[in-house]
Design a binder for this molecule. Structure first.
Ligand code: PTJ
Length: 265
C-alpha cells in the first residue's frame, strides 16, 4: 500500500477473529465505518448498510439460487452490451473497490462515480480510491450529462459514460434514479438486498444479494461465459425471469427460519 492509499481494513488490535459467527457482517460494518472516516462513504451510507444487513440476515446471508441465476444473466448482459458502465457510490467503493474494478475489466465496462449525495470532495476521493485499487480510468468527474427527469445534482452523469451507455450496473441505487435510467432506455442491472425496493423492481436484471457476494460472482460468471457466442449469451439473458427472482427472494425472506443454516448470534 502507498502512503496515500486508503486502508479500509481493521486496525491491528481491533481485528475481528475469523471464527466469530458474524465475522463477514462485522468486517462489512467496519469497512463502511472506515469509508465514512476516509470521506468516501456518506453518513447516510451507514443507515443504508444497516437496512441492507437486516435483509441479508433474513436471507440467511447467502446467495440464493435465484440470485445466482440473476448474476449469470447480468454477466451475459454485460458481455453483450455495446457500452456498459458500472456506477460506483460511497458504499460500493468502501465495500468492494477491487472486486468492482475486476468486474469492469472482465466485461470491458467503464467505471463511473455517481453519487446520490454528490459532493466534489467525495467524487474525487472515490475516484482516487478506485485508482488505488487498480482502475485505470474513472468517469464521473466531468459531470457534463444529465439523466432526463431528475433534479440537477442527482441527474448529473458523464455524457460519454452513463449518458452514452446502453447497459448500467447500479448497485444500491435510489428508486427515482433507477426509474429515470430505465425511462432513458438503459438496460439496468440493480444489486439490492431488498426485493421490495423500487430499484430492483425497475431493473431488467434485479440481483437480490449482498454487493459483497454479488460483484465477485458476476465476475466469475463473466469469466465462465467469456468464450460464449452472442446467441448463447442472449439465451442466458432471455431465460432469466426478473419477476420470478424477486418472488423467490421475497419468499426466502418471509418463509425463512432462524433454525436453518443462517443461524443467528
Ligand atoms: O454514496 P451515495 O451518496 O451515492 O449514497 C449511497 C446510498 C446507499 C447511501 C444512497 O443511495 C441511499 O440512501 O440508498 P437507500 O435509499 O438507503 O437504498 C439503499 C438500498 O441498498 C437499500 O434497499 C438496502 O437494502 C440496500 N443495501 C444496503 N447495503 C447493501 C444493500 N444491497 C446490497 N448489498 C449491500 N451491502
Amino acid at each position: 500500500m502507498t502512503e496515500t492509499e486508503t486502508d479500509l481494513e481493521p486496525d491491528p488490535g481491533t481485528e475481528i477473529p475469523e471464527d466469530h459467527p458474524r465475522y463477514a457482517s462485522l468486517v462489512t460494518r467496519h469497512r463502511i465505518e472506515a469509508g465514512v472516516d476516509a470521506g468516501i462513504t456518506s453518513r447516510q451510507g451507514l443507515i443504508a448498510q444497516g437496512r441492507g444487513e437486516a435483509f441479508d440476515y433474513l436471507l440467511g446471508e447467502r446467495t440464493l439460487p435465484s440470485a445466482d441465476a440473476a448474476e449469470r444473466a447480468a454477466a451475459a448482459q454485460l458481455l453483450l452490451a455495446d457500452h456498459a458502465v458500472i456506477s460506483v457510490n460511497g458504499n460500493v467503493a468502501a465495500l468492494v473497490p477491487e472486486e468492482t474494478v475486476a468486474l469492469a475489466d472482465a466485461v470491458d465496462a467503464d467505471l463511473e462515480v455517481n453519487l446520490f449525495n454528490r459532493t466534489a470532495e467525495r467524487m474525487v476521493a472515490i475516484a482516487d480510491h478506485l485508482r488505488e485499487h487498480g482502475a485505470t480510468e474513472v468517469k464521473g468527474l466531468a459531470g457534463d450529462g444529465e439523466i432526463p427527469g431528475l433534479e440537477h445534482a442527482r441527474g448529473t452523469v458523464d455524457a460519454d459514460g452513463i449518458g452514452a451507455a446502453d447497459t448500467v450496473v447500479v448497485p444500491l441505487e435510489d428508486g427515482d434514479r433507477a426509474e429515470a435510467l430505465a425511462a432513458a432506455g438503459k438496460t439496468e442491472i440493480v444489486i439490492d438486498l431488498n426485493p421490495g425496493s423500487r430499484s430492483p423492481r425497475t431493473a431488467a436484471i434485479p440481483i437480490i444479494d449482498n454487493v459483497i457476494r454479488a460483484v465477485p460472482n458476476v465476475t466469475a460468471h463473466a469469466r465462465d461465459l467469456a468464450g460464449a457466442s452472442s446467441s448463447e449469451l442472449r439465451r442466458v439473458v432471455d431465460e432469466f425471469d426478473a419477476d420470478e427472482a424477486l418472488t423467490a427472494a421475497e419468499a426466502a425472506i418471509r418463509e425463512g427460519s432462524f433454525d436453518g443454516d443462517g443461524d443467528v448470534a
